[in-house]
Design a protein around this ligand. Structure first.
Ligand code: CTP
Length: 405
């Protein structure tokens, strides 16, 4: 069997140390790794470590005579089955998005005809900056695949999306890309964002304002989309469910965290908002546990939470091509769902009746799908079946461009 060859570009970021572990994992799996270390990358890891783990010479310089004689950068860029950029810094992403070529890494990215997988790593503000959002969209349009970034505490002390995916996750993405049969699934190469579960809004250190959503429908949809080949980011409130196979889950608690995680996950081809987001949150979180007392129960003032679905529907150039919302209603299902479609600016509303309490937390669902063309009533089915049907409808819409603005 032919040996898989990866050209690994290591950019300058604290996460560069993870590239060493990634190299080790790839070598262990029999993949040939040819490393390129940028000047900034060399401030974080040494060429010696990288070369020892890769069992190959590390390229650093565009104009190095020795290396050029052995293999010019054009040949170098064609010598791999896949180019992996880890860490992909904001600077490397910007250069690649704009076709700049002023060093070996950027020149290689411009000259290659191999697929490219980037593992972004940067400060949360840099990741969320409109310039990086635009660059990510451009790169995705150019066919670049992404793994991560993760959400969490970062070396700079801040919290949010921007932390490089773990080596194991990048390794899995590399192997999946190397072994992926070319475009055999309808959602191959598509990124879909799914929100699921309830949100939990803190009242004090021990109490939360939440709802009865189990997350089953949202998780089912995430799984069904992944089965059709999509890269799925599942932004989930607290649930008891395990992340479905092949789905990238970001765990959040509050509506505002869910909103930030969704914004950080863009660009996406489609967004499906299944989460039962708490409409309100306590205006202020009490620092200590509230106690009973002679003063009677505490007054808890509520403020409105951001509407994530409406925000994604109005995300300008970053708006996913297809935005799907859910509507859980106890009364006037049709009228409320139609009104919601307009008010939220989304493309479809999947409406279900939660009257009687059987749907929330249960395994079955009976839905009507509303879009600009009208209403489609689906037969009662379990949530897994509804998920499959919806994933297929999404795949058809993204493929044919119908029913989507
Ligand atoms: N939604 C959201 N963010 C919110 C509230 C709701 O993204 N803050 C999304 C849900 O994920 C769902 C859709 O909006 O896809 C409808 O949610 P629902 O709770 O039925 O609607 P509300 O906006 O809360 O409207 P109402 O309270 O009037 O029923």
């Amino acid at each position: 069997m032919k040996q898989n060859r990866v050209l690994l570009i290591v950019g300058g970021g604290v996460a560069a140390y993870k590239a060493l572990e990634l190299t080790r994992l790839l070598r262990k799996a029999g993949v040939a790794v040819r490393p390129i270390l940028t000047a900034a990358g060399a401030r974080f890891v040494t060429a010696l470590s990288l070369s020892a783990l890769a069992e190959d010479m590390v390229r650093t310089d565009l104009f190095s005579l020795g290396n050029e004689a052995e293999m010019g950068h054009i040949a170098l860029s064609r010598s791999a089955d896949l180019i992996v950029v880890a860490p992909a810094t904001a600077d490397l992403m910007a250069k690649a998005a704009h076709g700049l070529a002023d060093d070996l890494a950027s020149t290689t990215l411009l000259a290659t005809d191999a697929p490219v997988l980037m593992a972004p790593a940067m400060n949360v503000r840099m990741w969320l900056h409109p310039a990086t959002r635009r660059n990510a969209q451009t790169l995705q349009d150019d066919g670049v695949k992404f793994v991560g970034p993760d959400d969490g505490a970062m070396a700079c002390g801040e919290h949010g999306p921007g932390r490089m995916a773990e080596p194991q996750a990048i390794f899995a993405a590399v192997m999946a890309t190397l072994n992926a049969p070319a475009a055999d699934l309808p959602l191959n190469g598509r990124h879909v964002l799914v929100t699921a579960g309830p949100t939990a809004e803190p009242i004090d250190p021990v109490r939360v304002l939440t709802n009865r959503s189990s997350g089953k429908q949202g998780y089912g949809i995430a799984a069904a989309l992944a089965e059709l080949g999509a890269r799925v980011t599942l932004v989930s409130g607290p649930t008891a469910l395990a992340a479905p196979a092949g789905v990238d889950r970001i765990a959040v608690e509050t509506a505002r965290q869910m909103q930030a995680a969704c914004e950080g996950a863009l660009p996406a081809d489609a967004a499906v908002c299944v989460a039962a987001v708490s409409d309100w949150r306590p205006d202020a979180v009490f620092a200590g546990k509230l106690k009973k007392g002679p003063g009677g129960p505490p007054a808890i003032a509520l403020v409105e939470n951001p509407d994530i679905l409406a925000g994604l529907s109005a995300a300008g150039p970053l708006r996913p091509r297809l935005v799907v919302g859910f509507a859980a209603e106890t009364d006037d299902l049709e009228a409320n769902a139609q009104a919601k479609l307009k008010r939220k600016g989304c493309d479809w509303i999947v409406a279900n009746s939660v009257a009687g309490g059987a749907v929330m937390g249960g395994d079955d669902n009976e839905v009507i799908v509303f879009d600009a063309a009208g209403a489609e009533r689906w037969p009662p089915a379990d949530k897994a079946e509804v998920s499959r049907r919806l994933a297929e409808r999404i795949a058809a819409a993204l493929t044919h461009g119908d029913k989507v603005r």
